[in-house]
Write a protein that binds this ligand. Structure first.
Ligand code: PGA
Length: 249
């Protein structure tokens, strides 16, 4: 059965001191939520964050990684480097990586393979731009992003993949997809998976929604049958807001 997940993507925010302060605030939160909770600090703070959250129910995850095992890739970080400091989950294909760092479906296929080969779990992000939605192409764009990066995999690989639908027009803009828009796209994604891999695989995959999720809208979005959680940006930088979202489950 698929899990509910709330993951905070801290992006390029919080130096070491700020990271420690946010973790202290997170540890003071209480929850009876049934969701798995994750936070993704920047690379330089992963080790410290993982130590600080070791005995908590919050998993520390990475925002990105390179597909190579090691070598001449200045500034990059590999799956084994993440694993060596106890990081077992990585976000791949965030729209900011695609837009500002030219990440292609092909590169994301390789990154996914590299992470899975190391036994890591992948949170794979995808989503259309505003122009795609205005022209009614959102399902084609999303379907292609998923097929191009993931459909070379065996069905069993999806036990270690979480999908995250993040319409680019809703990220950091304050504009949220309506719960119905999220549900429609999540149902489309699940059907796309079912057509290729069958219902067992499709029904087992958690599909998160991301894009301006806040305490005020989380409960309604998460109430939709194909929405299994959220990938949270801005609101994850505040412990009270983040846990208000976690507690929406
Ligand atoms: P946002 O970001 O919640 O600030 O819109 C979501 C994301 O980029 O994952």
């Amino acid at each position: 059965m698929r899990k509910n997940i709330v993951a905070g993507n801290w992006k390029m925010n919080n130096d070491l001191t700020q990271t420690q302060a946010l973790i202290t605030a997170l540890k003071q939160q209480t929850t009876s939520s049934n969701a798995e909770v994750m936070v993704a600090p920047t690379f330089t703070n992963l080790l410290e964050a993982n130590k600080a959250l070791k005995d908590s129910n919050i998993e520390v995850i990475a925002q990105n990684m390179h597909f190579a095992e090691n070598g001449a890739y200045t500034g990059e970080i590999s799956a084994s480097m993440l694993k060596s400091i106890g990081i077992n989950t990585v976000i791949l294909g965030h729209s900011e990586r695609r837009e500002y760092f030219n990440e292609t479906d092909e590169a994301l296929a390789k990154k996914t393979d590299a992470a899975l080969a190391k036994g890591m779990r992948v949170i794979f992000c995808f989503g259309e731009e505003l122009a795609d939605r205005k022209s009614g192409n959102e399902e084609t764009i999303v379907g292609d992003q998923i097929k191009n990066a993931l459909f070379h995999l065996e069905g069993a690989a999806f036990q270690n993949i979480v999908l995250a639908y993040e319409p680019v027009w809703a990220i950091g803009t304050g504009e949220t997809a309506s719960p119905e828009q999220a549900q429609d796209m999540h149902a489309f994604v699940r059907k796309t998976l079912a057509d290729k891999y069958g219902n067992d695989v499709a029904d087992g995959v958690s599909i998160l929604y991301g894009g301006s999720v806040k305490p005020a809208n989380a409960e309604e979005i998460f109430s939709k049958p194909d929405v299994d959680g959220g990938l949270i940006g801005g609101a994850a930088l505040n412990a009270d807001d983040f846990f208000a979202i976690v507690n929406a489950f």
